[in-house]
Design a protein around this ligand. Structure first.
Ligand code: ADP
Ligand code: MG
Length: 704
């Protein structure tokens, strides 16, 4: 049987070698091993920098033997310890062997693999695996693999060599014209160059090819999905002159920003066609996405359809319901006193509503009396039926499961249009990968007259008095008729780990402030474990100005909109992520008054957490912060933890750094799929696409 990428390793490299690869690195097939690319390459002559070795690291170094000393030890000194001192230009390290070593002599250059230890204050490798440079001399370059003590780089290099010599029928995923246009070698030559290069630049060129290939397969999956979606039909919802949408715009208390206008036009035009819209609206925090969504919903209602808005939390669903109802005014008072002619009705649907209220909402949805419904995941449960669902708006997507959105979209008889809104800006490349089958609009501009949010880090480790200053600022704002948020990282009514936690809980802080620094102010508390009607009551009172200071958990993180709130104090700010803090502080400075955000932290000023807080304080550009956020986390974090299949298809490609590769791959993939939608002419590519679709990772490539 010919050896292919799918072959098991044992018959090729032997059982004994296959075992450690599987156990230590999860490498099972020839393909797994050939795609286990070197971490870096050492040029012979240019030795590894010994001065930068760190304790407990597994390393492979290339170094020259300086001296060899033998010491007797053991009973009667019958055994021998050999100390080999090796050096490079930058430092030296001792190799210790509890044996006689014949294979090494001064002047030899070799590879040494082992774990860096320390003995009498000096670094050493104990019993390292060693290998003379030998044949590698002819090539001049040594690959260094991601390795472990059980499967060292030297060992992996040998196994890879056996596979390269044996493998046949390598699948060529890149169409010929793509390969020649981009100047890539064929797949066999590229594997050879990646693992057994004659120069570092040769290896780099081959890596570029495989990096592109990874992006290309993903983008082909997405291009095929877009192709299928383009063939689907939806009901066209053209605008109706003089309808609810037009009248709503007339009565808006503000002018739409240029960005809002542009996107509203694009969305309006897409709704008017019989192709289902699939659009992602990415917006800066506070840029006014809700109005854009509302315009779209009204256009659909004007055309006789219904619109559903999915919110990630009950607090947010209730708020949207409240603001939409009040913004629409008499336009939403269908069948009620003072209702406008052809007015519609806005309904709420959440899991914790009373049976009676729920029945009312459900009835209005199935009869079509409600043109707009706002809800949580309760909207996608069985028993929710629409008369004619024309548009699904998903607010604050990052909290929402892909499957849930699909559930709502799949329910309708004809495909509804879809508008997805993200709460936090995400880097373009992440959007192109994670939301790759959606068209993207960006709303970066804030409404005119917004005052910038000033953010200060308040380090209280060495300056406890500064916290007092923060509370004084809160009092000052309240004295001017403004309101404040105090955000805490945990609730504290018996939550796990509370005893050890150095942070102050909501319960503790609320009590402390009420009796101390904020004595006499009207305080409220809000957290996720409160009953829904309680939450709702607190939020309404805060929105109405009946609460001065809201002490809350991150339930206020996303979307909460109370323009009179001007100051936010975030306690234990180091516990929050960059994007989360940006999102949180977006709750203040939403009106015409400047906002102030105080990030209180007891983190050490030199620590990475303090650096993150400084970054948040230094800019209010959400796109810049999200790039930073993403670059500080691992790729896996960015893509989500469940998506192991998709992640493991990424070896060389970084969704964050490789923007140019992703953009180019997307263009090429789109063209390839347009010319050959089923990939009949590219069987190897078709197989790779099918394999990725079948992996659990494909879920993360958004499905609408
Ligand atoms: P986000 O994009 O963060 O969801 P919202 O849609 O909640 O932002 O809007 C933030 C605030 O800005 C709301 O109070 C909204 O009424 C207001 N707003 C929206 N558009 C404009 C505009 N063009 N001019 C002034 N205020 C606006
Ligand atoms: Mg919002």
């Amino acid at each position: 049987m010919p050896v292919t990428l799918d072959s098991r390793l044992a018959p090729v490299i032997g059982d004994k070698s296959a075992k450690p690869l599987a156990r230590a690195l999860g490498i099972e097939t020839v393909g797994d091993l050939l795609r286990h690319y070197p971490r870096r390459y050492l040029e012979i002559g240019e030795l590894s920098p010994l001065s930068s070795l760190e304790l407990d690291q597994h390393v492979t170094i290339m170094a020259e033997v300086r001296s060899i000393k033998k010491f007797p030890f053991g009973p009667n000194g019958r055994r021998t310890r050999t100390e080999v001192l090796v050096t490079d230009q930058t430092g030296e390290i001792t190799l210790t062997f509890f044996a006689k070593i014949y294979a090494l002599k001064p002047g030899d250059v070799g590879l040494f693999s082992g774990v860096v230890g320390s003995f009498r204050g000096k670094l050493q490798l104990t019993h390292p695996q060693h290998d003379p440079i030998g044949d590698r001399l002819a090539r001049g370059v040594v690959p260094i693999y991601p390795a472990s003590a059980a499967a060292t780089s030297i060992f992996i290099e040998k196994c890879v060599g056996l596979c390269l010599d044996a493998v046949e029928d390598l699948p060529e995923l890149l169409p010929d014209e793509v390969r020649s246009a981009r100047g890539y070698a064929d797949v066999a030559a590229s594997f050879e160059s990646v693992h057994r290069p004659y120069s570092v630049s040769e290896a780099m060129a081959a890596r570029a090819r495989f990096r592109f290939e990874e992006a290309f397969v993903i983008q082909t999956v997405l291009a095929q999905r877009r192709h299928v979606a383009a063939a689907a039909t939806a009901t066209a919802r053209p605008p109706r002159p003089g309808g609810l949408r037009d009248r709503f715009v007339e009565q808006l208390p503000f002018a739409l920003t240029e960005g809002q206008q542009e996107i509203a036009e694009v969305v309006g035009a897409e709704l008017a066609t019989s192709h289902p819209m699939h659009r992602l609206l990415q917006g800066e925090v506070g840029s006014g996405k809700t109005v854009v969504a509302l315009l779209a919903m009204l256009q659909v209602v004007d055309a006789g359809g219904q619109a559903a808005m999915l919110a990630p939390t009950e607090v947010l669903a209730a708020q949207h319901h409240r603001t939409i109802t009040s913004m629409l005014g008499d336009l939403a008072r269908s069948g009620m006193l003072g209702g406008a002619e052809d007015a519609t009705r806005v309904r709420l649907l959440t899991g914790s509503m009373t049976a009676r209220a729920r029945q009312e909402s459900l009835l209005d949805l199935v009869t079509g009396d409600a043109g707009i419904v706002v809800g949580t995941h309760a909207l996608i449960q069985d028993g929710v039926e629409f008369a004619d669902l024309g548009l699904v708006v998903v607010d604050e997507q990052h909290r929402f499961g892909v499957e849930q959105r699909a559930a709502l979209v799949d329910r309708a008889d004809t495909r509804p249009h879809t508008l997805v809104m993200t709460a936090t800006p995400i880097p373009r490349t992440v959007a192109m990968t994670v939301f790759g089958d959606l068209d993207v609009s960006v709303l970066a501009q804030l409404p005119a007259g917004r005052q910038p949010i000033q953010t200060n880090v308040v380090p209280i480790a060495d300056r406890p008095a500064w916290l007092e200053r923060a509370w004084v600022r809160v009092r000052e704002e309240v004295a001017r008729g403004r309101q404040a948020y105090v955000v805490v990282s945990r609730i504290g009514d018996g939550d796990a780990g509370a005893e050890e936690s150095p942070t102050r809980s909501l319960v503790e802080l609320h009590e402390e402030l009420a009796g101390g620094a904020l004595h006499g102010l009207r305080l409220g508390a809000l957290h996720g474990r409160m009953a829904s009607d309680e939450k709702d009551a607190v939020m309404s009172r805060f929105a109405a100005g009946e609460i001065d200071v809201l002490v809350a958990t991150t339930v206020v993180e996303v979307g909460v909109d109370v323009p009179n709130a001007t100051v936010m104090v975030v306690m234990d700010a180091e516990r929050f992520g960059i994007s989360q803090l940006h999102q949180l502080r977006g709750r203040v400075g939403r009106g015409s008054e400047p906002g102030l955000c105080l990030l209180v932290t007891s983190a050490d000023a030199e620590s990475p957490s303090a650096e993150r807080l400084k970054a948040v304080a230094s800019t209010t550009d959400g796109f810049e912060l999200s790039r930073l956020d993403v670059s500080m986390r691992s790729e896996g974090d960015v893509l989500g933890t469940r998506q192991s299949g998709f992640r493991s298809s990424l070896r060389l490609l970084s969704v964050v750094r490789d923007e140019d590769v992703i953009v180019a791959a997307r263009e090429v993939a789109t063209r390839v799929v347009e010319n050959d939608p089923t990939l009949a002419g590219e069987p190897a590519l078709a197989a790779a696409v099918a394999a990725l679709e079948a992996s659990d990772g494909a879920e993360y490539l958004e499905r609408t």
